[in-house]
Design a protein around this ligand. Structure first.
Ligand code: BEZ
Ligand code: FE
Length: 307
C-alpha cells in the first residue's frame, strides 16, 4: 500500500517530496497555500467540474494579461499597502505622503520634462476639462528636493490607459517631471474620468458572479523617486466621483483626495498653453528618508520584484 494515500498523507507528500533543498521560502509559502486549498476543497466539497472550471478561468486570466486587475479587485494590492502602513507604524516611521496602490497599468520610461510638462500633448481629440497640478517634492524635514522624478500617469477621456489601449500613442498621458532647484513640479492635463474593467473576459465574468461592479473613481497615479529617499507610489483622487468611496480596487485614501481650485486666472500658466480660467490643484509630495538602497529603488513594483 505504498502509493495509496489519505488526503492528509497526500498533502504531506506533496509538501515534503524533494530531491534538492530547493528554495526554503518558496517551499514554505507553497506548502501553506497548497494546504489551504486542499482544506478549502474538502470543507466546501468543491466538485471536479468546479475545480476544472476554476483552472480554465485562471488560464484565460493569464492569457489575456488580467492578473493585475484581479489582485487589485480582490483587495490584495491594498492589503500589501495596509501591511506596509502597519509595519511603518510599529517602526515609528510616521509622516510623509500616504502610499496608494500602483495598479497594473504603469509603464516605465515616459518622456522626461524639467520642472513642468504637458501630459495631454499629442493627444488630439482629448476634450476633458483642462487641469493643472502643481506643488513641491519635500523631504521629511520639509526641505525641497531638487532633481526628484515625479512619474505621473492617468486614463484618457474614455477611461483607458495608453500602451494597453491600441488606439492611443505610446506614452500618451504618461510623463516624468524632474523637480527644479526648489523642488517644484507642475503639469497640465485634463481631469480624467474613472476606470472600468473590460466589459467582457475572465475578470468581468468573476465580478458578475460575485455581484460586484468593476469601477474605479477618477484618479491620477504617481511614482515619486529621489536618491536617498523612500520611493513613494501613490495616487490622488478627483473629488466628487460617484465611486470615490466604492473603488473596486479599494484604493481611495482619505488623505489623498485633491482639493480643486476652480476658475483660476490663466496668468503665469502660458507656458502650459493655458489662456483662460482653469482648474488647479496644489499638492506637495513628502518623501521619507530611505532606510536602505532598496527603499530608494526608482523601479515600479514588478521590475523591483523580478529585476
Ligand atoms: C487603475 O489604476 O486604473 C487600476 C488599478 C487596479 C486595477 C485596474 C486598474
Ligand atoms: Fe489607474
Amino acid at each position: 500500500m505504498k502509493n495509496e494515500f489519505t488526503q492528509a498523507q497526500l498533502l504531506d507528500r506533496v509538501n515534503t517530496v524533494r530531491v534538492t533543498e530547493g528554495n526554503p521560502r518558496v517551499r514554505e509559502i507553497s506548502a501553506r497555500i497548497i494546504g489551504d486549498l486542499f482544506r478549502a476543497i474538502d470543507d466546501l466539497d468543491i466538485q471536479p467540474d468546479e475545480f476544472w472550471a476554476g483552472v480554465d478561468w485562471l488560464s484565460r486570466l493569464g492569457a489575456v494579461g488580467q492578473f493585475g486587475l484581479i489582485t487589485a479587485g480582490l483587495g490584495f494590492d491594498r492589503l500589501l499597502d495596509i501591511r506596509l502602513d502597519e509595519a511603518d507604524r510599529r517602526a515609528g516611521r510616521t509622516g510623509g505622503t500616504q502610499r496608494a496602490i500602483e495598479g497594473p497599468l504603469y509603464i516605465a520610461g515616459a518622456p522626461l520634462g524639467k520642472a513642468e510638462t504637458r501630459l495631454d500633448e499629442g493627444n488630439p481629440g482629448e476634450e476633458g476639462e483642462p487641469f493643472v497640478m502643481e506643488g513641491r517634492v519635500l523631504d521629511a524635514d520639509g526641505q525641497p528636493v531638487a532633481g526628484a522624478i515625479v512619474d505621473v500617469w492617468h486614463a484618457n477621456t474614455l477611461g483607458r490607459y495608453s500602451h494597453f489601449d491600441p488606439d492611443q500613442k505610446a506614452y500618451a498621458l504618461r510623463r516624468r517631471i524632474e523637480t527644479d532647484a526648489d523642488g517644484t513640479y507642475r503639469f497640465r492635463s485634463f481631469l480624467p474620468p474613472g476606470y472600468a474593467i473590460p466589459p467582457s473576459g475572465p475578470v468581468a465574468e468573476l465580478f458578475a458572479a460575485l455581484g460586484r461592479h468593476g469601477n474605479r473613481p477618477a484618479h491620477v497615479h504617481f511614482l515619486v523617486t529621489a536618491p536617498g529617499l523612500r520611493t513613494l507610489t501613490t495616487q490622488v483622487n478627483i473629488p466628487g466621483d460617484t465611486f470615490i468611496d466604492d473603488d473596486f480596487a479599494f484604493a481611495t485614501r482619505d488623505g489623498l483626495v485633491l482639493e480643486l481650485d476652480k476658475n483660476v486666472p490663466a496668468a503665469g500658466y502660458a507656458s502650459l498653453g493655458i489662456d483662460k480660467p482653469f482648474v488647479r490643484s496644489r499638492f506637495d509630495f513628502v518623501l521619507q528618508k530611505a532606510a536602505d538602497d532598496s527603499e530608494a529603488s526608482p523601479q515600479a513594483r514588478m521590475a523591483r520584484a523580478v529585476g
